[in-house]
Design a binder for this molecule. Sequence first.
Ligand code: NAD
Ligand code: GLY
Length: 364
Amino acid sequence: MRRLNLDLADRSYPILIGGGLLSRADLILPFLRSARVALVSNTTVAPLYQEVLATALDKAGVAVTPIILPDGEAHKNWESLNLIYDALLATRCDRGTTVVALGGGVIGDLAGFAAATYQRGVPFVQIPTTLLSQVDSSVGGKTGINHPRGKNMVGAFWQPKLVLADTDTLKTLPDRELSAGMAEVIKYGLIRDLPFLGWLEANMEGLLARNGELLAEAIERSCANKAEVVAADEYETAREGGRALLNLGHTFGHAIETGLGYGEWLHGEAVAAGTVMAVELSHRLGWLSAADVGRVRVLLRRAGLPVKGADLGAARYLELMSHDKKVVAGSLRLVLLKALGHAVTYADTPRDELVAAIDACCRE
Ligand code: NAD
Ligand code: GLY
């Protein structure tokens, strides 16, 4: 088992990565406030993994209330959140109850927001089961739901007590979802870890073939990067750089997700196309070479990801991007690359360059 720590003073927590962890109730017990757990999952993940976890907790004397939500990004909304509150209230869960998220990023974000708000906050544990959630969404405490006008627009920062990533769960993940997670893995290489980018280029086929050691290595290196960034700027308040850099490609990607309707493209797919737009724009600003742009495109393609944007039209992209959470006093801050492995936040992009970069990426 690999072990990392997210260092947030009295809210620090471990990130445990390895095979066979779902049945290890002993790893979870020290983080429970009482012997009561609300286990939030969905109709796809629960039949696969709920029993092994619930049985292990039950044997350890923990009472488990299962809460099973409909599956999909389209359900990351108030209705699902209310289903969680209803179940917590109906079964008289109290402030000692720990909410445990078992699933991908949608379940993690929903369950986390429920934990942040139920009775003004109860403890929370993340058990991510997709590559994307194991390398990104389970770590760092961002929780929330979508609004029809914008992705992740309602939410809270609420750190888990523990992240338990069982790499065996990736064996049942559909190929398209594995690729979607790879977009966030590649992100860490692009924004701050050039050696990791090279390692991904050398190992992409093995990763997609689900070599367990390679996947564990990629998850650990991704989480190590994320933990460092979050520890330095937990609430994304740094004036420049900081946690916002984790959103490379996301401003464009969120426009695709909202513009097409949630669930049409996978989050990671939208991030991949958005990353190409950010890289293309960085090239137009003179920071990246054409060869750099080509290198990013090739790696994303090899990971099975789209490099062409959804054809919404540049005007619609700009309209949707104007709702981004990185807009400060009306000015859009984009995450761009000064070089491969070196991201910055940038508020001075000329509008015509932005439009040209979007158009170029939607054409090809
Ligand atoms: P997801 O949660 O929708 O999971 C993808 C699909 O895989 C779903 O159908 C799910 O039921 C299924 N699944 C999950 N685990 C499985 C398994 N082991 N075997 C088979 N099927 C499995 O999507 P995701 O990519 O995990 O997460 C995307 C979400 O995460 C988005 O809503 C995004 O906004 C959010 N996100 C949040 C953060 C954050 O910091 N909080 C960061 C990145 C992304
Ligand atoms: N996924 C971006 C962040 O956690 O800040």
